[in-house]
Design a protein around this ligand. Structure first.
Ligand SMILES: Nc1ncnc2c1ncn2[C@@H]1O[C@H](COP(=O)(O)OP(=O)(O)O)[C@@H](O)[C@H]1O
Ligand SMILES: [Mg+2]
Length: 300
């Protein structure tokens, strides 16, 4: 992967957003498709931070890039905002909202290292926020296709889905073989079998995230990629801890239904939440902060 600092590259087009407008503060990290940098706008005195993802586009068609540019119109509190994007000869740059709190996988790891489970209330609260984001995507007929705990970011205590449109840059075979992402632990059975997928591929990813939050390990694990792909297709996930309610477990198992036709759509999931979790669009950050400090495994 090319790790040259994007600060050295300049866009040739005048009058449009370009890399020269930004000051690169630091490199945050790299994933399957590119590298993410923490930046600020040189002209902006407010010191607001942005995350710029640089993706090598290769021979991607203009149609794919057009679709990515359309994502600028998506605005929701539980989705990382794409502010602007631009291309130079080799790379696509996506200027996104910067999430200061890291991603959900890091939070799960912290919890696991501390040997503490998330409270059930906290899990429902997280699930509600992610679901609101997915509902908005699906209402706009956007399928994420790469929902995973690394792609759920935390900003000021609010959960936000990131990397919309990025799946278009993932090579399917690299993904299946694990070359692109390390361990493809959230792949759905239909993607493994090269079958057609629909919006319910995101319900599978969502189910994997909530299972991971609950068990502090992913639903399917194996020492080899082949073993993992078999587990995903044929094995039921390991039973979840007894201290969580039947309601939560059923919610998760329903999303991890291997047959796509038996898996619910996201719109059907709202009725499976406890009645105290209303589906208004306001995100309660105080509640998140409160339950993030609750580490006992309690019944809801
Ligand atoms: N909008 C963002 N704000 C802050 N950090 C981000 C943002 N998007 C991605 N990151 C971080 O950048 C790193 C690389 O992300 P990415 O390329 O999406 O790979 P992956 O999703 O596979 O971890 C990760 O540590 C991720 O948490
Ligand atoms: Mg990502």
């Amino acid at each position: 992967m090319n790790t040259e600092s994007p600060g050295k590259r300049k866009s040739k087009k005048k009058g449009k957003a370009s890399l020269i407008d930004y000051e690169i503060i630091s490199e945050i990290g790299s994933g399957a498709t590119g590298t993410v940098y923490k930046c600020k706008l040189k002209s902006d005195e407010s010191q607001e931070k942005y995350a710029i993802k640089r993706i090598k586009i290769g021979k991607k068609s203009k149609d794919v890039l057009k679709e990515v540019f359309m994502l600028k119109n998506i605005s929701h509190p539980n989705i990382i905002k794409l502010h602007t994007s631009f291309v130079d000869s080799e790379y696509l740059y996506m200027v996104m909202e910067y999430a200061d709190g890291g991603d959900l996988l890091s939070l799960i790891k912290k919890q696991k290292d501390a040997g503490k489970f998330f409270s059930e209330k906290c899990i429902w609260n997280f699930a509600r926020q992610i679901l609101l984001g997915i509902l908005h995507l699906h209402a706009n007929d956007i399928i994420h296709r790469d929902l995973k705990s690394q792609n759920v970011m935390i900003k000021d205590g609010v959960l936000k889905i990131g990397d919309l449109g990025e799946s278009k840059f993932l090579n399917k075979m690299d993904y299946l073989s694990g070359k692109a992402v390390g361990t493809p632990m959230y792949l759905s059975p239909e993607v493994i079998k090269h079958e057609n997928y629909d919006h319910r591929v995101d319900v599978w990813g969502f189910g994997c995230i909530i299972y991971h939050l609950t068990a502090l390990k992913p639903p399917f694990v194996s020492d080899t990629i082949e073993g993992l792909l078999k587990c995903i297709q044929f094995k039921p996930p390991k039973h979840l801890q007894g201290c969580y309610s039947v309601k939560l477990k059923e919610f998760i198992y329903k999303m991890l239904e291997k047959q796509k036709s038996k898996r619910p759509f996201v719109t059907e999931l709202t009725s499976m939440f406890p009645s105290s979790f209303k589906f208004e669009r306001i995100v309660d950050t105080t509640n998140y902060k409160k339950c993030n400090t609750l580490t006992n495994c309690t019944n809801f």
